[in-house]
Ligand binder design. Structure first.
Ligand SMILES: Cc1cc2nc3c(=O)[nH]c(=O)nc-3n(C[C@H](O)[C@H](O)[C@H](O)COP(=O)(O)O)c2cc1C
Length: 189
């Protein structure tokens, strides 16, 4: 049976069980989790202001020049800092760092200083790099494009290093619904 859940999302009820109803957007969220993505902490700084947020939507998009693409929600506290500084860092998280992903990905710099409890150092631009990550990149923004409800930011890689050569990267699918995305997918394509 398909009903209408909170916010008009279609809901599938499992008859004869006490299971929580699964919504169609849960299934869409599970579908999108099949795209293999890493988990990263993006650092930004402008003047004395700093912030960092968890991001899965990052990929390499060019060899020459070396470019990374990042998709950022313009509502984030980090966004105006990134736009003003025209720079950002990417710390790649490793297996076992789920709590770091949660720390930077479920709280906003508007409400707290997320970096106060984490060892970090400034990258070339001053944007924070987490010292206990797997690797980092330091990027200068070369272009931005509106991408639906996000903004696509191209960053030229000006520095970077592997910090823990033996470690394996944390994979986005392992974060489950930490980002709350099952509530964000539309009910239909
Ligand atoms: C696993 C995970 C992945 C995320 N990926 C992204 C992403 O790729 N882009 C984005 O804009 N926000 C992403 N987020 C959401 C931000 O990390 C989150 O909204 C954060 O609180 C914003 O922090 P800020 O307001 O301090 O900038 C993700 C969150 C999690 C938990």
């Amino acid at each position: 049976m398909v009903g209408r859940g909170i916010g008009g999302v279609a809901t599938e009820f499992v008859q004869g069980t006490n299971e929580e109803p699964r919504t169609v957007s849960d299934e869409t969220a599970a579908l999108f989790r099949q795209l293999t993505l890493g988990v990263h902490v993006v650092g930004v700084a402008h003047g004395e202001q700093r912030d960092a947020f968890t991001a899965a939507w990052i990929m390499q998009v060019s060899f020459e020049p070396l470019l990374l693409a990042l998709s950022i929600n313009p509502q984030h506290a980090s966004y105006p800092l990134l736009r003003r500084a025209q720079a950002f860092t990417v710390t790649v998280l490793k297996q076992g760092q789920l709590e770091i992903a949660r720390h930077f990905g479920t709280q906003s710099g508007r409400d707290m200083d997320k970096l106060a409890v984490m060892p970090w150092r400034p990258g070339r631009s001053g944007a924070p790099v987490l010292q206990n990550g797997l690797a980092y990149f330091d990027c200068e923004v070369t272009a931005t494009f509106r991408a639906g409800d996000h903004e696509l930011v191209l960053g030229r890689v000006v520095d970077g290093r592997i910090l823990d050569p033996g470690a394996a990267p944390l994979v986005y699918a392992e974060t489950g619904d930490m980002d709350g995305s099952s509530g964000l997918y539309p009910a239909a394509f």
